[in-house]
Design a protein around this ligand. Sequence first.
Ligand code: SAH
Length: 293
Amino acid sequence: MTPETRGRGPLAYGDAVLLVDRKKRRYLTALEQDGEFHTHAGVVPHAVLVGLDEGSTVRSGRGAAYTVVRPTLSEYILNMKRGAQVIYPKDLGPILMMADIFAGARVIESGIGSGALSMTLLRAGAIVTGYEIREDFAARAMKNVTAFHGNVEDRYTVRIGDIYEGIEERDVDRVLLDLPEPWNVVPHAEEALHPGGLFLAYTPSITQAVELRGRLEAAAFGMAETVEILNRGWHIEGRAVRPNHRMVAHTAFLTVARRMGDSVVPEPDANPAPQMQQPADEPVSEDTVDDGS
Ligand code: SAH
């Protein structure tokens, strides 16, 4: 059972599980027949975990305690194997809103990296076509996506290629980018997106965001916005209640913009012909009232 289709009942073979130790360290594994979970503190046979409810605590051969649960998407992403650096859950959530992702949305995503954003888009029901320049990263991402979602072939395709050279698809709903020079994709996104479609780019540096905003403005994009998501955890233990001492101070800027239509509807004629003028008995507006001064 993949995490995406996971059941609610007791843990079973095939389930992905997260083991959490006393120091809150987390270990991700998949339950297999004859499988074993090895740590410096001994072994936990998978057979011991199968049949338990989520939240149960088990002990390794040398007595270390582990609590076992099925991972959320966020926990899965933070603990899965990575090729490239992933986008963190703190940004993944807002990306879904800012890019207005919906079930059935046709999304172009590049680069694919480790597949964290792909997994998030697929969970929201999008139909994703990825462009990734590195074959090894594409393979890693495909493994992560399949391990979490099972077979999603019908709505996840990865093309090996350089998106700076073009996007083949047309009439797409969204273009989402996480690569060094997203402005190189602006002309291609302009062709691929339908009017009203959304473009979003994740850029670690503000100079990238500024360069991108300039290019978007010069192209058929409008309603652009750039934001940064700050996320501060709190330590709550008895009466010791305060913000955590450490936080992830910076990840990236999120820039979103909308593909505008080409039509310009002319304004009503500012200087109408005489027969079109307002009848004389039309009430006068406030700003033409003669106050006698
Ligand atoms: N968003 C991803 C991480 C992407 S890392 C995640 O959440 O897991 C950036 C990726 O962009 C890398 O895999 C890199 O190989 C790819 N990339 C860089 N330039 C590219 C280009 N021009 N076309 C396609 N992919 C590119």
